[in-house]
Design a binder for this molecule. Structure first.
Ligand code: GTP
Length: 597
């Protein structure tokens, strides 16, 4: 145990976490030339293209320091707020963290939120000032910022460049010198923390764990505490660039486990692995069932593809336990699914994976958060509202609650005004304002989560000219005034366009939705009135004017096969269009409410 170090790298997005991880692998000789490729740890195509780490992974390095052999386990953490629970579990598996700060950008919102998570878990923090090679780097100033934040000595901050390799040896020495070795009980019953899992279609779910007490052996009967299920440890091993099977993984070390589990949802991040016959009395604290935060409907563009969509969603769920879905139907869109996501990025990822990996073309409806509604009749019984149609009749409604978050924004002093106005417009209440330096300010707000779903990121970027970073964490439910805004096309309510909105926003957003839909809905042979309504009350109206000329006239007569070809072509072009009544609605219209400004 004395020779094990478990650490993670925490950083704001793009501050160089993955590049630094690659460097460390390189310097410890953990990668052969053949295996060298950019961003080694980001194995999913999607991750690589987006340049962000979505799932955390772990990797083991061997390193000789002052003549002694050490094992360094690097546990990678996902870089986006949607996945903060996974970050917290990865952090809980470590004794130390490299806190990477970009020498040009300085401390940003996720630097701080990740640092707090690390400090809550008593991690030893090694501050790394990365990208000092950049001409725009400000090493002295940013070192001061770090010293202020951590209360450490300036000499503890390691100047580095993951690009040129500067400082890498110092970082490796610091990992060994400053991070304490693990301190578990070798003789105690097995107690291991699951910090990640990966779905492998051939081998079943691979579970990544950190042994806290005891030993996990190949062939052992084990038990997952939260799910209460028993398994046989078919294979255990350490995580080099490839998996290396071992007979046992001991106290303090990190490894993988294969049990033949076929579904991701059986393996819960944060759960404890113990021995089935001699179980530990104490589970690792901090286990939570991850709850979806954002809900939206997903429908096949072609109604006939419903069963294919179901099969694809089931496969996706096998390897992404945080995705939940239940069948729902819409008068406008037919049969589809109401899906729960961790956040907006997660929603985008699922939509993209459905298209890329399963070749499905889908329509996603207006996302909403999960509300709690109570009726006069049963004022103590919570009704979960994950869908506009779940909201009880206004007359029967006693009260509604909506999820709130604590939002942390770091920006330049120049932009404090516009950022505050934006947050107040988004129903935020400022709770704290701290000048980190004379130029940089940290603002905290209590805000409804729903306001983040609607165009918040883009607006924040615009009002701060890109100089604002943002992070959030849930702080529970609070009273809300909610209404359902319906959209009528040609006099008919299109249920899939309904949105749940705060009453103060309803008129404004209803109006903007009508304007946006007017832009998006193609003109047809007749006028199409677009109306927004709350109950029977119309709150806004626009009209898509009829086409003046009959453009399809050309199609009549002539060669029938040519005409069919033309129709085929049109059909392809119409992918993502949905005929509702006699009006054609493009996909963008269903998400229009998200892009109103
Ligand atoms: P996420 O995975 O999205 O959180 O990003 P990350 O923190 O892993 O950042 P990543 O390693 O992808 O680096 C972001 C960008 O910064 C990439 O274009 C890197 O090439 C660049 N970069 C990283 N380290 C350095 C450095 O030391 N110097 C310079 N000049 N560029 C760097």
């Amino acid at each position: 145990m004395k020779h094990i170090r478990n650490f993670c790298i925490i950083a704001h997005i793009d501050h160089g976490k993955s590049t630094l991880a690659d460097r460390l692998l390189d310097s410890t000789g953990s990668v052969t030339d053949r295996e060298k490729q950019e961003q080694l740890l980001d194995s999913m195509d999607l991750e690589r293209e987006r340049g962000i780490t979505i799932k955390s992974h772990a990797i083991q390095m061997d390193y000789t320091y002052k003549g002694e052999q050490y094992v360094l386990n690097l546990i990678d953490t996902p870089g986006h707020v949607d996945f903060s629970y996974e970050v917290s579990r990865s952090i809980a598996a470590c004794e130390g963290a490299l806190l990477v700060v970009d020498a040009a950008q300085s401390i940003q919102a996720q630097t701080i939120s990740n640092l707090y998570l690390a400090l809550e878990n008593d991690l030893e923090i090694i501050p790394v000032l990365n990208k000092v090679d950049l001409p725009s780097a400000n090493p002295e100033e940013v070192t001061d910022d770090i010293v202020d934040l951590l209360g450490c000595d300036p000499s503890e901050v390691i100047p580095a460049s993951a690009k040129t390799g500067l400082g890498i040896d110092e970082i490796l020495s610091a990992i060994i010198e400053r991070i304490p070795p693990p301190s578990g009980k070798v003789d105690a019953p097995l107690r291991a923390l699951i910090f990640d899992s990966v779905y492998n279609p051939f081998r079943g779910v691979e579970t990544y764990f950190r042994v806290i007490n005891g030993t996990i052996k190949k062939g052992q009967q084990i038990k997952f505490v939260a799910t209460g299920k028993n398994y046989n440890a078919d294979e255990v091993g350490t995580l080099k660039l490839k998996q290396l099977p071992r007979n046992e993984i001991k106290t303090g070390d990190v490894g993988y486990l294969i049990t033949g589990i076929k579904e991701a949802k059986e393996v819960k991040v944060g759960d404890t692995i113990t021995d089935a016959k001699n179980p530990t009395t104490e589970a690792v604290p901090g286990f939570e069932d991850v709850k979806p935060m954002v809900f939206a409907g997903i429908y096949p563009v072609d109604t006939e593809d419903y069963e294919d969509l179901r099969a694809s969603m089931e496969k996706l769920q096998l390897n992404d336990a945080s995705l939940v879905f239940t069948p729902e139907s819409s008068a406008a869109l037919g049969f589809g699914f109401r899906c729960g996501f961790l956040g907006m990025l997660h929603l985008e990822i699922i939509q993209e994976r459905l298209e890329r990996e399963f070749d499905m073309t889908v329509i996603t409806t207006v996302p909403n958060v999960s509300y709690h509604a109570y009726t006069h009749k049963h004022p103590d019984e919570v009704i979960l509202v994950n869908n506009p149609s779940d909201l009880p009749e206004p007359s029967s409604l006693d009260r509604v609650e909506e999820p709130y978050i604590k939002a942390t924004i770091i920006t330049k002093a120049d932009f404090v005004g516009p950022v505050m106005s934006l947050c107040i417009e988004k129903r935020g209440q400022i709770t704290n304002q701290t000048y980190l330096t004379p130029e940089r300010v940290e603002l905290s707000f209590d805000m409804p989560l729903a306001e983040i779903v609607f165009d918040f990121y883009d607006r924040l970027k615009t009002v701060s000219r890109g100089y604002a970073s943002f992070d959030y964490s849930p702080i529970g439910m609070r009273p809300s005034k909610l209404v359902k805004v319906d959209v009528l096309l040609n006099g008919n309510t299109v249920d899939a366009l309904s949105a749940l909105l705060h009453v103060d926003n309803a008129y404004d957003i209803g109006k903007k939705m009508c304007e946006k839909l007017k832009e998006l809905i193609p003109r047809q042979q007749f006028d199409i009135p677009i109306q927004a309504a709350i109950g029977a009350k119309i709150i806004a109206r626009e009209t898509v004017k009829a086409l003046r000329k009959d453009v399809t006239a050309k199609c009549y007569g002539g060669d029938i096969s040519r005409k069919r070809k033309l129709l085929e072509k049109q059909k392809k072009g119409k992918k993502r269009m949905r005929q509702v009544g006699n009006v054609e609605i493009p996909q963008e219209a269903f998400m229009a409410v998200l892009k109103l400004n």
